[in-house]
Write a protein that binds this ligand. Sequence first.
Ligand SMILES: [Zn+2]
Length: 77
Amino acid sequence: MPQFDMILLDEKQVEGTDVLQHTAGSPAREGGGDETYRCGRCKTKLLVNVAHHDAHGVVVKCGKCGSLNTEPHHHHH
Ligand SMILES: [Zn+2]
């Protein structure tokens, strides 16, 4: 099961984007695949066992540390 650390964003980068609010203690999304995504700052699991397309382009606000995270695959320039 692949596990990824997400990329941190700042508020300006997510202006106009829908942000998925995570609540500490339970994943923002769970199930449907085998990829797990952790907060890039505090390593809290934000998306657990999701399909890749469920993480694609998603911005998640960590309920533990308040960081804005996005999935890492599209940020290798
Ligand atoms: Zn966090």
